[in-house]
Write a protein that binds this ligand. Structure first.
Ligand SMILES: Nc1ncnc2c1ncn2[C@@H]1O[C@H](COP(=O)(O)OP(=O)(O)OP(=O)(O)O)[C@@H](O)[C@H]1O
Length: 250
């Protein structure tokens, strides 16, 4: 399917089931998830610990294989892809931001940012790199190694690394989990800005109602199922929805 044929949906899951283990100790982490994630939006995934947020994101991003069901990303059916095509998809169409930054300590910020492109032997679009780096306020930090940067700066480098290849979608797993509230606000503001200003699609797992308030839409998971959603959330409406859904704050 072409990009236009996939319409306004950047990633979708249909009847997604993920079971870890077998027999009496098996865990049904996802129990029939149906969801369409909209292109050009910041979608937050919330829910209590163990509700399946990371599992859903990993299945959507092609980092983990579902037990059954279908995942389509950017018009491509990820759930039935060969390992080789999955690797290519992850390299070229998907960006990742993790809680732990995952920067290479021996490389400079700039080298970390361009690493995925270098590995894929793709040229760096200098104008786009400058735009991303400038927007993230990293221009005067590019020669620094990760250990010489604050946590917030390291996470902004990780965001730049995810965005510089112009992926179809960026998946962020608790991107502000290690940050103080000021740095978290910077990173979240940037992720939202990458959607509003650069047309990026971003999917973010979070525990935090304030973080979810930056999203266009919040999906609530409980026991491996989508149990509700909220459009144009604020921290307050997210808290109210969590209480109403009885899925609780973390
Ligand atoms: N590799 C694994 N092997 C076995 N069980 C797993 C594995 N990964 C996750 N699980 C289980 O699947 C369920 C969902 O886990 P998942 O990490 O997706 O939840 P989560 O909502 O992201 O939780 P948290 O907010 O604590 O990170 C949990 O019961 C968890 O223990």
């Amino acid at each position: 399917m072409t990009e236009s044929a996939s319409g306004g949906v950047i990633a979708s899951a249909h009847d997604l089931v993920k079971v870890y283990g077998v027999g009496p100790t098996a865990v049904r982490a996802l129990d029939g998830v149906d969801v369409d994630l909209v292109r050009g939006e910041l979608t937050a995934i919330m829910g209590p610990s163990g509700s399946g947020k990371s599992t859903l994101m990993h299945c959507l991003a092609g980092l983990d294989r579902p037990t059954s069901g279908t995942v389509v990303v950017d018009g491509q059916t990820v759930s039935s892809m060969s390992e080789r095509r999955l690797t290519a998809l992850r390299r070229t169409r998907v960006g990742f931001v993790f809680q732990a930054y995952n920067l290479v300590p021996t490389l400079t910020a700039l080298e970390n940012i361009t690493l995925p492109l270098d590995i894929a032997r793709r040229p760096v679009d200098r104008a786009h790199l400058d735009l991303v780096v400038g927007t993230l306020g990293l221009t005067d930090r590019l020669g620094h190694k990760p250990a010489e940067l604050s946590g917030g700066q390291q996470q902004r480098v990780a965001c730049a690394r995810a965005l510089v290849a112009r992926p179809a979608v960026v998946f962020a797993d608790e991107p502000t989990g290690n940050l103080d509230s000021t740095s978290a606000a910077e990173v979240l503001g940037f992720l939202r800005g990458s959607v509003d200003d650069l047309g990026q699609s971003v999917v973010m797992v979070t525990h935090d109602p304030t973080s979810a308030g930056y999203a266009h839409r919040v999906l609530f998971l409980a026991d491996g199922r989508v149990v509700g959603e909220l459009r144009d959330p604020t921290a307050e409406t997210v808290l109210t929805a969590l209480a109403a859904l009885r899925v609780g704050a973390p």
